[in-house]
Design a protein around this ligand. Structure first.
Ligand SMILES: NC(=O)c1ccc[n+]([C@@H]2O[C@H](COP(=O)([O-])OP(=O)(O)OC[C@H]3O[C@@H](n4cnc5c(N)ncnc54)[C@H](O)[C@@H]3O)[C@@H](O)[C@H]2O)c1
Length: 471
């Protein structure tokens, strides 16, 4: 056992006990916050939060239809592979025949329950307990409304819908039909954020006075999704504050625990645009771009050399010539300065909550790291976290308490997506449906619409250059 393993095991075994004189190198120091981590020889406690197992305890498998067998649909479908006694996939809908059949074959879905467009699902009688809606942003509203009408419980991808009116319509329909609509705010189910919320709610830092939260997107992820890819154009999908950052607004609202009353936002598309294009760049990176060898956004470098984010290509096998073909024939090969993108590459929002609590949020595209960075300032202490660990510091005693249960070390959470949040969400959804008890869920439709409204108002503020009240 190496020293790091030893520390971790000791920390887990000790729970709340104090660990003395630990060499700082034994801790995975938060990249930006080394000063806050306990120093060599310093005492610290372990914050012992509950980490739930992932299997829902239901008397019979909850049956589901997956609508949208793409990236997210497949992420949630893995739950049925792992826990067939909890969730069973009995129908699949996707307009892409290959994706539809790949998922349907994997789960032995009957021929008559394989659907193209989502509307076909609802032409039949009710076939399952629930539907999982994991279609593109602008294909959430209609299937969700139809599913509620037809008597299904719903797991709905974020953003709920592209307009505030559609979001509140879904909320009203869920109430009218008395159905569960769980929104895929997966971070709420990740052990890190569950522990962070438990720490705040325990009162250990007193009353929360303010929050600072950073969402670093990662430079190549930004290029992939919000410059070249599916969410590059806010009018065709949703503004980036919803498409990407609705998770973060939701987490901030959840941590503060009070309604947001005012928001003001700024930000723009400053870099990924024609005026920043280096001289002589062709429309596609593969067309002999003179900057290919130095450009960090080179499609050849991202997809062919580094083999990043290849899932979107549905490749039969990972071969360079197949990837090159995709770079020739899809938007993923385009020069990042020559796309019809409009999503801001940096975005800041200031929020005021009831009781004069404030929060500041930054979404940053140009970063070399991802994850989230959060600082929470309370009346008795503060918390600093980087999504792998957080440190609570008590002002009076200067005592530090660390949460550092690394999710990947928990067997069940291996490959569970979004720090374990993807499958944690499905567990709670399945449990809520099995028990017919929506209170099991953290990301209820009510809470999610509230944080989405913060996003809509942030965008209104950014575009109108004014502070916007939220009633
Ligand atoms: N919760 C999260 O953290 C998270 C992360 C990424 C994406 N998302 C959201 O999940 C949703 C899906 O994203 P994705 O990355 O899986 O996209 P994707 O393109 O990989 O998958 C969407 C699938 O829906 C299918 N589809 C489109 N129109 C359809 C229709 N009319 N009927 C049936 N199927 C249809 C497409 O063919 C595709 O296979 C989006 O709304 C996205 O914003 C959420």
């Amino acid at each position: 056992m190496n020293r790091l393993d030893f520390l971790k095991r000791m920390a887990w075994a000790l729970g709340g006990a104090t660990v003395l004189g630990v060499d700082q190198s034994l801790l995975r120091a938060a990249p930006s916050d080394k000063n806050i981590m306990p120093k060599a020889g310093e005492k610290f406690d372990i914050f012992n939060a509950n980490v739930q197992g992932l299997e829902a305890k239901v008397t019979k498998p909850v049956t589901v239809i997956i609508i949208g067998a793409g990236g997210r649909g497949n992420a949630y479908a893995t739950y049925a592979k792992r826990y067939p006694n909890a969730m069973q996939i009995v129908g699949v809908s996707d307009i892409n025949e290959n994706r539809r059949n790949a998922m349907a074959d994997a789960f032995k879905v009957k021929k008559e329950n394989r659907f193209g467009d989502f509307s076909e699902v609802f032409k039949k009688g009710k076939l399952a307990d629930a539907v999982i809606i994991s279609t593109p942003d602008d294909v959430h509203y209609e299937p969700c409304m139809m599913a509620l009408e037809k008597g299904y419980q719903v797991l709905l991808e974020k953003p709920i819908a592209p307009t505030e009116k559609e979001c509140t319509d879904i909320l009203a329909a869920a109430k009218k039909h008395n159905r569960i609509v769980a929104v895929c705010h997966v971070l709420r189910y990740a052990p890190y954020f569950v522990a962070l919320k438990q720490a705040v709610d325990s009162g250990v830092i007193g009353d929360v006075i303010s929050v600072q939260h950073l969402e670093p997107i990662l430079f190549d992820h930004m290029a992939h999704s919000y410059v070249r890819g599916n969410w590059h154009n806010s009018k065709k999908t949703t503004p980036i504050i919803l498409a990407k950052s609705c998770h973060d607004l939701d987490i901030i609202r959840w941590i503060v625990g009070k309604p947001c009353t005012q928001i003001s936002a700024d930000g723009s598309l400053t870099y990924f645009k024609a005026s920043r294009m280096p001289a002589g760049a062709p429309a596609y990176c593969i067309d002999g771009c003179p900057h290919e060898s130095t450009c960090p956004f080179s499609a050849i470098d991202i997809y062919v050399r580094r083999k990043r984010m290849l899932k979107v290509f549905d490749l039969p096998e990972v071969k360079d010539e197949l990837i090159m073909e995709k770079l020739r024939t899809t938007d993923y090969g385009r020069c990042v300065f020559r796309c019809d993108n409009d999503q801001p590459d940096h975005y800041v929002a200031n929020m005021v909550f009831e009781g004069d609590v404030t929060a500041s949020f930054s979404m940053e595209a140009l970063t070399s790291y991802s994850g989230r960075r959060t600082r929470i300032m309370g009346t008795k202490g503060d918390i600093v976290g980087d999504m792998a660990e957080f440190v609570i510091t008590d002002f009076r005693s200067n005592k530090k308490t660390v949460w550092n249960k690394q999710v990947e070390e928990l067997e069940a959470y291996k490959d569970a997506g979004h720090g374990g949040g993807d499958l944690g969400l499905v567990r709670d959804f399945i449990q809520a449906v099995g028990d017919n008890n929506p209170s099991i869920l953290s990301s209820t439709i009510d809470a999610s619409v509230e944080s989405h409204v913060m996003g809509f108002r942030a965008e209104e503020s950014r575009l109108s250059m004014s502070k916007v009240k939220i009633s």
